[in-house]
Design a protein around this ligand. Structure first.
Ligand SMILES: Nc1ncnc2c1ncn2[C@@H]1O[C@H](COP(=O)(O)OP(=O)(O)O)[C@@H](O)[C@H]1O
Ligand SMILES: [Mg+2]
Length: 237
């Protein structure tokens, strides 16, 4: 049984249909990436999974349970945690306070030490800046904080929406390395990226989304070698 399963799932903004009959799944332990151009529907897919946007038709299952009409905060309790596009760090709160917010939905909030240690091991820069206001961090550091905050919920499934967006090259490499590390520690990852090269290299499997429809799927390696993918997403003629 897949950990996450979308079956013929559609979503709308008012009368505009953003997702058309999306079918995809993520198995426990995988990194799955969703690649696509700007406006293809990647963020909408993430929002529907995390519960920020409603499902208009189709089925959304997590760990075998239909969660399509479950409140977003209860999905966090089930084990789905999102690092949103554009980071969403609380600028007036310190790094530690931001991380603490990530654990908000947990019942075992007294025992955050090991999780903070895990985040600080993955992101030593956050440890150094733990008392600094989130809004004063660099773009790359805010991205780390957003991922760290999502990890504080102890997710089974981590949703990452464009973690490399707007980052300097040295940060991009680092973020992708850390995603692989998080996954090897046992967290399943659904990764949305415009940096298709890096995402496909890191992912076990991938889906291509075009104007709200899945048009291709395969292993990361298969899609990296696909001439149409190379031309459309990897900048190779
Ligand atoms: N808040 C919104 N209101 C209306 N339309 C939206 C909204 N957000 C996104 N859309 C539309 O939904 C489609 C998919 O957008 P999005 O999921 O953000 O794409 P991506 O993340 O792949 O760039 C686009 O056509 C976009 O214009
Ligand atoms: Mg997006």
């Amino acid at each position: 049984m897949p950990l996450l399963e979308l079956e013929s799932l559609s979503a709308h903004y008012g009368r505009i249909q953003a997702l058309h009959d999306l079918t995809l799944h993520v198995d426990e332990g995988e990194i799955v990436t969703l690649i696509g151009a700007n406006g293809a529907g990647k963020t909408t897919t993430m929002r529907v999974i995390s519960g920020i946007r409603p499902v208009s038709s189709g089925t959304l299952r997590f760990d075998g349970e239909d969660i399509g009409s479950l409140r977003a905060d209860l999905r966090v309790v089930r084990g789905i945690s999102q690092s949103p596009e554009g980071r969403g760090v609380f600028p007036g709160m310190t790094v530690l306070e931001n991380l603490d917010m990530g654990a908000y939905s947990r019942k075992d909030r007294k025992d955050l030490g090991p999780d903070l240690d895990r985040v600080f091991e993955l992101f030593p820069r956050l440890a150094e800046r733990r008392s600094q206001a989130g809004g004063t961090l660099s773009g790359g550091e805010q991205q780390m904080l957003a991922i760290g905050r999502a990890l504080m919920a102890k997710p089974r499934l981590l949703l990452l929406d464009e973690p490399s967006m707007g980052l300097a090259p040295q940060f991009i490499q680092q973020i992708f390395r850390i995603i692989t590390e998080i996954n090897s520690q046992g967290t399943t990852v659904l990764l949305v990226e415009q940096n298709a090269q890096q995402a496909l290299q890191r992912a076990h499997r991938a889906y291509v989304i075009e104007t709200g429809r899945i048009t291709k799927s395969g292993t990361g390696k298969e899609l990296l070698a696909d001439p149409a993918i190379k031309e459309a997403y990897l900048g190779v003629a």
